[in-house]
Ligand binder design. Structure first.
Ligand code: BJW
Ligand code: ZN
Length: 238
């Protein structure tokens, strides 16, 4: 770590797991163990059942609003003061990196709170005041756009949708120029995001995975730290 000048921290749902936010693919606790991705995380699902899908995202937004950043988020924010350049690239739709103090986080899959119109795409910010009442499984009718009357949708990237303008390109650029990419709490199954660590490796960087799952290093400059992010990230700063 002392020799690293430019670092990229690439995070997935696992970095927020210790804040109490469910991952997607963990066998017992993951969201996809209980919900079908195609019925929740696609534009087709929202168009067919807006109340079901909006209610589900409001329930998740409530969990995020009530959660706190954990030691891993805080260590990642602190890393910015230790290296010349730190780029945080997250697949997460929560704001826990920002609340821990990270700046200019690249959100590859958008943000729960960046709500916009499903039809005309105009931004439609909402207050969090109503969230406290939301429970799992509740159907909630989405608000409607003041311009065109369309449904308001969560600001996330659903399957089959493009990533936010420029986000992937910026992340790839940082990965191509770094000395070290830390891949924290991601299963690496979703594309194009999963190309980013591989691109860093192919460009000459070290790739270090932080994950409770055993991830077998396949390249000479690849390593694996097995265990929870809240354990390893603070240690990397020591
Ligand atoms: C811990 C821990 C602890 C636990 N500490 N770690 C190439 C091949 C095949 C398919 C495709 C392809 N290219 C594109 C596709 C299609 C698709 C895709 O990738 N599908 C695959 C699943 C097969 N990709 C897309 O559709 C993307 N768009 C796209 O390609 O656009 C171009 C296009 C446009 C039009 C037509 C066609 C193409 C968009 C993908 C959007 C993904 N969206 C989601 C949902 C967001 C909304 C929501 O939140 O509901 O994003 S899916 C979900 O997965 C979410 C996550 O960001 C993403 C990644 O998951 P992540 O973060 O890795 O979490 P998990 O749960 O998988 O893993 C958690 C890890 O943490 C585990 O390893 C644990 O062990 C670990 N962990 N506790 C550290 N304490
Ligand atoms: Zn509209």
């Amino acid at each position: 770590m002392r020799r690293v000048r430019r670092a990229v921290v690439f995070t997935g749902a696992g970095v927020s797991a210790e804040s109490g936010i469910a991952t997607f693919r963990d066998a017992l606790s993951g969201l996809w163990a209980r919900y079908d991705p195609a019925s929740m995380a696609t534009a087709e699902a929202f168009a067919a059942e807006p109340d079901l899908v909006w209610g589900w995202y409001q329930w998740r937004l409530r969990q995020v609003a009530e959660a706190q950043p954990n030691p891993a988020h805080r260590a990642i924010a602190a890393l910015a003061t230790r290296v010349e350049q730190l780029t945080v690239v997250t697949q997460n739709v929560d704001d826990l990196h920002e609340r821990a103090g990270s700046r200019d986080v690249i959100h590859l899959h958008g943000s729960l709170s960046a709500t916009r119109c499903f039809d005309c795409a105009r931004p439609h910010p909402l207050s969090n005041d109503v969230l406290a009442e939301v429970v799992e499984g509740q159907r909630i009718s989405p608000p409607q756009c003041g311009f065109c009357g369309g449904w308001i949708r969560p600001g996330v990237v659903w399957f089959g949708e493009m990533l936010p303008d420029g986000a992937f390109e910026q992340a790839l650029d940082a990965a191509g120029k770094c000395d070290l990419l830390l891949a924290v709490g991601t299963s690496g199954q979703v594309y194009p995001a999963a190309h980013i660590p591989q691109h860093a490796l192919a460009s000459g960087a070290w790739l270090v995975h932080v994950n409770p799952d055993s991830i077998a290093p396949r390249a000479e400059r690849e390593r694996s730290l097995q265990g929870p992010a809240g354990h390893w990230l603070p240690q990397l700063l020591e």
